[in-house]
Ligand binder design. Structure first.
Ligand code: GLY
Ligand code: MN
Ligand code: MN
Length: 434
């Protein structure tokens, strides 16, 4: 299932071809301190991973566009360090295995930059790597002070994201295989916790079950911190505290997905802890489910990115009117944005190596982009009723969201997470039956 190293090399070549000339410099993330001298498990920067597959922290990749060549700067092979922290490729082996033309010691990166800048007037860097931008700017200043201004004054630092994001946003067949696998594991993990839920658990115990399920299915990491939100906690959109005890009469909203081979999956399901929806819970759930289906039906090539969102909003506005939570016509509820009190987020984001993946949502004129085959977006409408006196009592403290991952495929949206149940009768037949 692993994406082969030759694929990473092809991506580097493709990027060089798109850029034409200049040099690309991408630096991997550093280890992140958890406490004192201990660190979190390392995760590569998604761009660095996309163009190299090389898994060591702090490494730097350089792509010379014309003539094409690519170098990797990596840590020195150090037998003593390896005893403490594990295997280090070392520059030579890094280059050989990951198909770079040269492997260089990370210690020499700073010095090498000057030469690179001297030969290239265009330097492509990730927008978010401000430290690298500073370093490159300082080198440029230093070099121009050294009277070699003929070359250096012409240097341009250009955002790499503009060119790399369109590549990342269209998923290849290889990537789709991996993402489908991630989606299947997550789908099964949700079913596993549905079947085994009981009201004397705490939310963090559900979170533990999700992590266990991901891990035993070879997806060690979550794509993001799992949201396990019972009762009123579900009205907190990014709830990750996960400390409350479950209550049989309440719903639980679980927003969780594993990362597999670096790629995300992202599923939300909401269901009754006790196994049966009450009438108000069912009424609200049915509206969100209908909104979600209407939005999924709009995931079509050449539709606008906003089409799924507005399809969802229309159903939600109608539902809020039918339940007499909002008054007036559906059009005026939408025009005055009154629905936003109960549906305050958007319906979709891109998904890929990052759960909130790269890619524009609007073009340079501010118009929503058109959907393209091979893009993956989430469809995740919801309704959230906090403890608000304007809302009938039966609906207070209920939060519902239903989220699937959908591949754009001409007029046939492919729901990658479709094996995860969301119909009311399906859910009621699974919950607590483990
Ligand atoms: N779990 C993050 C999101 O749904 O956007
Ligand atoms: Mn999402
Ligand atoms: Mn989610």
């Amino acid at each position: 299932m692993i994406i082969r190293n030759v694929v990473y090399k092809q991506r580097r070549k493709q990027l060089a071809k798109i850029l034409g000339d200049g040099v690309v410099i991408i630096r991997n993330s550093s280890d992140q301190v958890r406490s004192n001298d201990t660190t979190f498990p390392f995760r590569s920067n998604s761009y660095f991973h996309y163009f190299s597959g090389f898994p060591e922290s702090n490494a730097v990749m350089v792509i010379n566009c014309k003539p094409f060549s690519a170098w990797i700067f990596s840590k020195t092979k150090d037998k003593t360090k390896e005893i403490w922290d594990g295997f280090i490729y070392g520059p030579k082996e890094a280059a050989r295995k990951f198909l770079f033309d040269q492997g260089l010691d990370l210690k020499h990166f700073d010095d090498s930059i000057s030469d690179l800048l001297a030969k290239n007037s265009k330097v492509y860097l990730l927008q978010e790597d401000l430290n690298l931008r500073d370093l490159v700017s300082k080198k440029l200043n230093h070099l121009s002070n050294n009277k070699r201004a003929d070359v250096f004054l012409k240097n341009e630092i250009i955002s790499l994201n503009t060119f790399a994001d369109p590549m990342r946003s269209i998923k290849s067949a290889d990537e789709l295989k991996v993402i489908r696998h991630a989606a299947n594991i997550s789908s099964k993990a949700h079913q596993f916790v549905m079947a085994n839920i009981h009201a004397d658990s705490f939310e963090y115990q559900i979170e533990a079950r999700l992590k266990y399920f991901f891990g035993v299915h070879n997806a060690r990491n979550e794509a993001y911190s799992s949201i396990v939100a019972s009762g009123k906690n579900a009205c907190i959109l990014h709830y990750i505290n996960n400390q409350s005890k479950l209550n049989e009469s309440e719903l639980i909203l679980i927003d969780a997905g594993c990362e597999y081979e670096g790629y995300a999956s992202d599923i939300t399901r909401t269901f009754p802890i006790g196994g049966k929806f009450s009438k108000p819970q069912r009424d609200l759930y049915s509206i969100v489910l209908e909104a979600q289906k209407a939005a999924i039906a709009q995931v079509k090539k050449n539709n606008s990115f906003n089409d799924p969102h507005f399809a969802a909003v229309k159903v939600l506005a109608q539902g809020l009117k039918d339940l007499k939570i909002l008054q007036g016509s559906v059009n005026s509820i939408i025009e005055k944005e009154e629905y936003k009190k109960f549906y305050m987020h958007r319906t979709s984001h891109w998904m890929g190596l990052d759960v909130h993946d790269v890619g524009d949502y609007f073009d340079h004129r501010g118009k929503p982009v058109k959907l393209k085959n091979g893009q993956i977006l989430t469809i995740e409408p919801g309704l959230y009723f906090s403890d608000d006196r304007s809302v009938p009592k039966a609906f207070r403290n209920i939060g519902i969201r239903i989220e699937d991952d959908v591949l754009v495929n001409n007029s046939h949206p492919e729901v990658l997470t479709s094996s995860c149940p969301k119909e009311i009768d399906e859910l009621e037949s699974i919950i607590g039956k483990g």
